[in-house]
Design a protein around this ligand. Structure first.
Ligand SMILES: [Cu+2]
Length: 465
């Protein structure tokens, strides 16, 4: 059980309010300003209504059959696809034996729909339901998952694709590829694994890149299938395909490549970049990349190598006859595009930050306690005000890498726009954004085990007076 979920709804935020010697009153998710900000977003007037039933399910991973938790029995859950400006109306029915929530990863949505108990809503109890209603403001590749305990490491995840009606397209097909590391129902479950890490400490598995994980997941999946029983994508030679990659794993960075092809990166975390060619991508948990590829003739392996874990997930791309090539395409050892090479098409204008929050990433494997600025799971918010240019500095003082995620905003990371950024051991990474989405927002590591073991805090808008 998480130390956070035991707290009452808004308990932590209310605490911040009570001790208001430290600043002005906070703008809570229930503040009328949150609704006013949503109204100002406008929208298309179209509504996309869906029901998600979170439930215990048995899932065939393509050999291994596991008991797990899913949305509606599907793994990944069914994609939600809307146009920019559409209203998403998603009713979550909780048939799990535990509290849950749905977080809409990467969207700058209204704060009270962010799905992060106890800060933005009360957890949804077993047998209860909750309807999320929000405008999907910006196009891009997003996804959704619970923000409760270690549930992200079960089967509760699905893509959320926001289409851009103004986009030229220029491709023949579009594929969504969801990467995941899997252990639930294989004789253990994520809560048991976390309890074990806390009892015994962890064993960090560092690979060549130092991007290893803490937990040996026995399976790695592309779209819910193990490498031995891959999904096949069929197309014609010469077709241009847009691939939307989503890393939904709990504890694994993947190195991704398509054998016999280069990929042209077009988007990072939903936002367009000046196109750059690469052989491979490295993706931390929570990150998304969109790429374009022009397909050759034959059969090709789309491979995701689990960094530091000596394991792979894969899918097959088939445009003609022929055997599927080896499990480890040469492209995996080719050029890997870096953040530095990427340039947002619409960067934030240059501006001096009005406020800087330094967040030291702290903790270690021995006691398996992780934190921010030495505090474990402390949701007392770092304060910002509407209209400010805010700079967050993540300084990694640990021996592990951390994919850091900010809710409700897409920051500028040097060149690209992102909402999740890999911070390597010893590295300091600066992210800047304009405070234009009032409310209380989580900032945390997207390793599900690190977040649950305390590497989580909040960013809180306060009233400007
Ligand atoms: Cu972490």
């Amino acid at each position: 059980m998480s130390p956070f979920t035991r707290r009452a709804f808004l308990g932590t935020v209310a605490l911040g309010l009570a001790g208001c010697t430290s600043g002005n009153p906070l703008i809570l998710p229930t503040d009328p300003l949150v609704s006013r900000t949503e109204s100002a977003r406008g929208g298309t007037g179209r509504t996309r209504a869906v029901t998600l039933t979170a439930t215990r399910s048995q899932v065939d991973l393509g050999g291994p059959v596991v008991d797990t938790w899913t949305y509606d029995g599907a793994l990944p859950g069914r994609e939600i696809r809307v146009g920019a400006g559409d209203l998403v109306e998603a009713r979550l029915v909780n048939r799990l034996p535990a509290d849950t929530s749905v977080h809409w990863h990467g969207l700058a949505l209204r704060n009270d729909m962010d799905g992060a108990p106890p800060v933005t809503q009360a957890a949804i109890k077993p047998g209860e339901d909750f309807t999320y209603r929000f405008v999907a403001p910006t196009p891009g590749t997003y996804w959704f998952h619970p923000h409760t305990g270690t549930q992200l490491d079960r089967g509760l995840y699905a893509p959320l694709i926001v289409e851009d009606p103004a986009e030229p397209g220029g491709y023949d097909a579009e594929w969504v590829i969801v990467l995941d590391d899997w252990l639930d129902g294989t004789g253990t479950d994520p809560d048991e694994v976390l309890a074990g890490l806390r009892r015994r400490g962890g064993h960090s598995m560092h690979g060549m890149t130092g991007l290893g994980g803490d937990v040996p997941h026995p399976h790695h999946l592309i779209n819910g299938r193990v490498a031995a029983a891959p999904v096949t994508f069929a197309a014609k030679p010469g077709h241009r395909v847009r691939i939307r990659f989503i890393n939904a794993a709990a504890d694994t960075a993947y190195r991704v490549a398509l054998s016999g092809h280069r990929m042209t990166v077009t988007h990072t975390d939903g936002f367009p970049v000046t196109p750059v060619d690469t052989d491979a991508l490295i993706m931390g948990m929570g990150e998304r990349y969109d790429v374009l590829v022009t397909l050759g003739d034959g059969a090709f392996g789309l491979v995701a190598l689990a960094e530091g874990k000596n394991a792979t997930a894969r899918a097959i791309v088939r445009t003609g006859s022929g055997a599927v090539p080896d499990v480890r395409p040469a492209e995996l050892d080719g050029k890997v595009v870096t953040y530095d090479e990427l340039r947002a098409v619409a960067p934030l204008s240059a501006r001096k930050p009005d406020v800087v929050h330094r967040m030291a990433l702290t903790g270690g494997m021995m006691s398996y306690e992780w934190g921010i600025n030495g505090r474990t799971g402390d949701l007392t918010p770092a304060r910002v005000r509407s209209g400010q240019r805010v700079r967050l500095e993540f300084a990694n003082t640990t021996m592990m890498w951390h994919p850091m995620h900010l809710h409700g905003h897409t920051f500028q990371l040097g060149g690209p726009r992102k909402d999740t950024v890999i911070v390597r051991p010893g590295q300091t990474v600066a992210c800047e954004f304009d405070a234009d989405n009032p409310g209380q927002w989580m900032v945390h590591c997207h390793n599900a085990y690190h977040a649950e073991a305390g590497m989580m805090t909040a960013l809180g808008y306060e009233e400007s007076r």
